[in-house]
Design a binder for this molecule. Structure first.
Ligand SMILES: NC(=O)c1ccc[n+]([C@@H]2O[C@H](COP(=O)([O-])OP(=O)(O)OC[C@H]3O[C@@H](n4cnc5c(N)ncnc54)[C@H](OP(=O)(O)O)[C@@H]3O)[C@@H](O)[C@H]2O)c1
Length: 457
């Protein structure tokens, strides 16, 4: 006779995989703040990776100046599937910090999906994310594994920031387009670690794979956006209202946001949770009824035109060189040279991390009254500017976001979809993520609302 006893819970709430990496160690430091604190759902944590002695040093660094807490160190390698299956059987949730994800992510997602364990990562690689969705979504729905990539600076500020802007448009007002302008600031140098640079170079080198993948899949529903498509605009733009020069940023953000808006089109009330209370269902539906889709793009801003030319130079180097084996070798061998000092093999110093911050401005254009649109082709007559600000993007903001998403998975699992591969906005948008980010140093503000001169076209 079969036992009716439910299986015992796994020993760890969370396992951080790739904890010894540059970003991983900051994720460990952030997670320790919440381990066993009275109101936290994080009661047990383990670190995993290839090299136990490196992981032990990571734990010492992350706990400093306190004594490291007694945390399990587990050995796992993404090229060794049984080691990943062991991890999955020991935890509710894996936080994956092993990148580039296009090289190392697939076996980790596969192991989680097979075992029904939940998975979050900090990937900023659109082709990886869409490939995981194509390959594992159906199976993840069945096994109850929730798989969410891009739970870092890529792409939560963009997702939550767009929603925050779009919710400021109170009916009958509607947004038409929101342009995000990212400004990175520091008293010292702005530096990123090699891992992010390598992921960007390999992403650019394989850009056509994303197009091939999309062509091989059924077309997604397009969000229904009121009004005309946005104008093309110039390559370099001067945004006087926020005091920035800006150039288009080919980041993952706009792709991830578009995936969330497409899923919202297919599920206008958001994604139902496993076991929501009637109040929770009402809250979720009320939230999503206030999110209005808009065309969305991201630009990188700088106070000086010279800064913009530096961005363009780096973009041109990566664009030109990443297409050939020799070019990629040069880019990866000399990161500092080809990124004009923005990426270093050893990453930024702690001082450089501490002194950096970001501002992401969301400039929304739309219509004061939806009914204006029925009068024919009119231009937006209203502008709403909002802003998301926070500390350094890669090693402070990313860990804050990843850990808060993880805590939501631990304590609000009943309100989240049973399983599936999703972008972060559609999973966490209607939870208390924004409030949690605000409590942890990432703020959301309304900057201005103004009327624009409107002309019939
Ligand atoms: N979303 C965002 O905004 C954001 C921010 C920061 C970083 N990231 C992404 O995070 C990723 C990591 O970046 P990083 O700078 O932290 O890189 P990193 O310092 O090179 O760290 C990579 C980690 O992966 C581990 N690893 C490599 N191969 C492995 C394998 N076969 N099995 C198990 N572990 C393996 C490494 O372990 P060892 O220590 O044993 O070598 C290390 O712990 C990149 O893809 C980057 O783009 C995203």
């Amino acid at each position: 006779m079969q036992s009716l006893e439910p299986p015992p819970p796994p020993p760890y709430d969370i396992i951080i995989l790739g904890a010894s990496g540059f970003t991983g160690k900051y994720v460990v430091r952030e997670a320790l703040k919440f381990l066993n604190s009275p109101s936290s759902s994080l009661k047990s944590l383990a670190l995993a990776g290839r090299d136990p002695s490196k992981l032990t040093r990571t734990l010492q660094w992350a706990a400093h100046p306190s004594q490291p807490p007694p945390i399990a160190i587990l050995t796992a390698d993404t090229s060794d599937p049984p080691s990943l299956h062991r991890l999955c059987s020991h935890t509710k949730l894996i936080l994956n910090c092993v990148g580039p994800f296009r090289l190392f992510g697939d076996p980790v997602v596969a192991a989680c999906v097979r075992s029904g364990c939940d998975y979050l990562d900090i990937s900023g690689e659109p082709e990886f994310m869409e490939r995981m969705e194509a390959k594992y979504h159906e199976q993840a729905v069945e096994t109850g594994s929730l798989v969410v990539s891009a739970c870092g600076f890529d792409s939560v500020p963009a997702e939550m920031g767009l929603m925050f802007n779009s919710r400021q448009w109170i009916a009958p007002a509607v947004p038409n387009r929101v342009e995000a302008y990212l400004s990175l600031e520091s008293d010292k140098r702005i530096v990123g670690n090699f891992g992010t640079y390598e992921s960007a170079v390999l992403g650019m080198a394989n850009a056509q794979k994303l197009q091939e993948l999309r062509r091989s899949r059924p077309k997604r529903a397009r969000p229904a956006i009121p009004g005309p498509p946005p104008p093309k605009g110039s390559i370099i733009e001067s945004q006087k209202k926020i005091g920035l020069w800006a150039v288009k940023l080919p980041s993952a953000d706009s792709i991830v946001v578009r995936r969330t808006l497409s899923i919202l089109r297919e599920n206008p009330h958001g994604l139902p949770g496993i076991n929501e209370s009637p109040e929770q269902i009402e809250k979720r539906e009320a939230f999503w009824s206030t999110v209005k889709p808009a065309h969305f793009g991201v630009k990188l801003g700088s106070k000086s035109l010279l800064g913009i030319f530096r961005f363009i130079t780096v973009g041109m180097f990566i664009g030109l060189f990443s297409g050939t084996t020799l070019g990629r070798w040069l880019l990866l061998k000399f990161p500092s040279v080809f990124s004009v000092g923005w990426f270093k093999k050893k990453g930024p110093s702690e001082e450089e991390v501490k002194s950096a911050s970001f501002k992401m401005w969301f400039v929304g254009h739309g219509f004061s009254d939806n009914s204006l649109l029925s009068r024919g082709n009119v231009k937006p007559d209203t502008e709403i500017i909002t802003r998301v600000t926070g500390p350094e993007i890669g090693y402070l903001t990313t860990p804050i976001i990843l850990v808060q998403c993880a805590l939501i998975v631990l304590c609000q699992r009943e309100n989240l979809p049973k399983g599936g591969v999703f972008p972060p906005g559609i999973v966490f948008g209607s939870t208390d993520l924004q409030q949690r980010l605000q409590e942890n140093g990432i703020s959301f503000d309304v900057v201005s609302r103004s009327a624009l001169p409107s002309y019939p076209v």
